[in-house]
Ligand binder design. Sequence first.
Ligand SMILES: [Ca+2]
Ligand SMILES: [Ca+2]
Length: 354
Amino acid sequence: MGKLLVLAVVGLVGALIGERLIRFRHRMNASRELKPKRLPNCHLIKGIETGSEDIDILPNGLAFISSGLKYPGVQSFAPDKRGEILLIDLNDQNPRPVELRISRGFDLASFNPHGISTYIGDDDSVYLFVVNHPQYKSTVELFKYMEDDNSLVHLKTIKHELLASVNDIVALSPDSFYATNDHYFTELPLMLLEMFLGLSWTNVIYYSPKEVKEVASGFYSANGINISPDGQYIYVADLTDHNIHVLEKHANFSLTPLKVLQLDTLIDNISVDPYTGDIWIGCHINGFKLFFYDLENLPGSEVLRIQDILSEKPKVSQVYVDDGSVIQGSSVATVYGKKLLIGTVFHRALSCEL
Ligand SMILES: [Ca+2]
Ligand SMILES: [Ca+2]
């Protein structure tokens, strides 16, 4: 009887692990392969070799790029090099990235930038919000961009217990924002367990100096976040649930779920074309290739464009696919006029003509 019970328990645990493994492989799109789909006029941007995880473009064509992310379990080609914010002017024929100097007093040595968002103030001041992971913790750094000398003046560091594992951010004013947490746990073994078990415990936080609150929850891994041009809707990417959530924004900054657009790829950052409202997303074709980096089996890149997301039938177009031979691990795609920029978690950045 005792042996039977042991056998039953072992069988049950085995079945449970097997079931979780199948679901985990599905969330990771572990067997997904895509045929390359190239655009005719693309070139790698010189000077970006170690990541361009997020890109945010101002209406005048200046593009801010966060580079050099170090993230648990993810490849880095320069693990000992600090991160940086790069700037390129997309009005130049062959734009060259320049590193933005950061004002004194900011701890540059531990700078580990991730998601970013810009905000233009009433007096045309440009604010740059940067998710930072010094010592693998999460903070949000607020900077003011000074165009005369291409520098960032550090205004403040925001830390909060609700902002524990921040991935991306969208600015709402010079000092308030929504942010996504991509994990519930912050210790690596527990983060991995959370991913393996498929817990949907991540969320979106509203932050202002006066109020901090959870405004949406139930995501497997909330990642990119952005806002519609009219400011009424918030888009949140759930990386491992392969979908984009559309939420309605209210005057008190609470959010209510409106719809979910289901796709079949791992969605990272979300960009919104300010003129058309089109959504551009940088996606990971196969999560196993991203998280288990192998030179023989490179992670590829996929860019999707979504038109009319609020309509009954949003149009989803696959714009670019690469098997990793050109660009690995696309995390962001964003447009300026006819130019498409594709950024990556740890690799290079690509500029294409549409
Ligand atoms: Ca962003
Ligand atoms: Ca991201």
